[in-house]
Design a protein around this ligand. Structure first.
Ligand code: 13P
Ligand code: SF4
Length: 301
């Protein structure tokens, strides 16, 4: 039996749903029940009536699934699938930052630990960060964390004076204005779509046609009639872009933009995860209780 068939069979036996992020390996995306960005997958996890949720993504996504749907067994097939951006702020650092700004509203990107989310007023993803910040009364001070590039982008879009935590995603931060300039010179006339975590997203906004979440980029890819599009994000997304629109050529601005965490999970890991029911992701009930309020605001926006 092929590995894929084995996974399909185990998935039924375990009453499991397989969720995969847009940066996962192509073969995992092809096998998943749902593929999407962080917001879409959070909603799918929350709505799931299956006993088991296998999360082909990174740890903070699996934790979010557990918080939003606590009665399910949530599995992360490889515990090395972390996130450097989520590691950029600890709960102790956040508490100290809040103490410096008493009364400030805390907006935490979904790329954070459950403990950090528990200290936040709102969570957001790249697809609704602007909308979330626009909900906050104008007279309130805002702490935005942990991605300074996304934060700067949101600050420019909303005109709000937010304090930004100085953290970044190493995969996206290296996509600098110079990277974009080189790529544009090699592909004259091609439109550019960029993820807001990119080091180039906010600084060279006029040169970027659209700043979008990964699902936003996929919608753009499906609809465009341009012969070529330049893509500024992790290269795993190119797999579905090519399938959704075979007549457009999608070129990464940097073919080396590969997230090592997102690539930890393999088909073998998913098979073993279903077989052994590992690795279970649990969140302490008191942390989950506090984090749920901020996450529910995120999924509702
Ligand atoms: P999206 O929500 O846009 O999929 O982003 C998640 C992520 O980790 C980007 O690096
Ligand atoms: Fe984290 Fe960056 Fe990887 Fe996204 S691409 S999971 S932010 S390290």
């Amino acid at each position: 039996m092929s590995l894929e068939s084995e996974i399909r069979q185990l998935r039924e036996e375990r009453d499991a749903v397989l969720l995969a992020h847009n940066y996962q390996r192509g073969e995992i995306q092809d096998l998943a029940d749902y593929v999407g960005d962080s917001l879409y997958l959070s909603r799918k996890a929350m709505e799931s009536d299956r006993s088991v949720i296998v999360f082909a993504g990174v740890r903070f996504m699996a934790e979010t699934a557990k918080i939003l749907n606590p009665s399910r067994t949530v599995l992360l097939p490889d515990l090395k699938a972390g996130c450097a951006l989520a590691d950029a702020i600890t709960v102790e650092q956040l508490r100290a930052w809040k103490a410096e700004h008493p009364g400030a509203v805390v907006v935490a990107y979904i790329n954070t630990s459950a403990e950090v989310k528990a200290e936040a007023d709102y969570c957001c993803t790249s697809s609704n960060a602007v909308k979330i910040v626009e909900q906050i009364p104008k007279d309130r001070e805002i702490l935005f964390l942990p991605d300074m590039f996304l934060g700067d982008y949101v600050r420019r879009r909303t005109g709000r004076a937010m304090h930004l935590w100085v953290g970044d995603c190493p995969v996206h931060a290296k996509l600098r204005p110079e990277t974009l300039a080189h790529s544009r010179a090699d592909h004259p006339g091609a439109p550019v779509i960029a993820h807001p975590e990119c080091g180039c997203a906010s600084q060279v906004l006029p040169q970027v046609d659209q700043v979008l979440s990964t699902d936003g980029m996929l919608r753009y890819a499906e609809e465009t009639r341009a012969p070529e599009v330049l893509v500024a994000t992790e290269v795993g997304i190119l797999h579905r872009m090519a399938k959704l629109n075979p007549t457009t050529h999608f070129s990464p601005i940097d073919a080396g933009a590969v997230c090592p965490y997102m690539k930890e999970i393999t088909l073998e890991d998913i098979r073993d995860s279903l077989r052994e029911l590992r690795y279970r992701i649990d969140v302490a009930p008191e942390v989950a209780e506090k984090a749920r309020r901020a996450l529910e605001r995120m999924v509702a926006a």
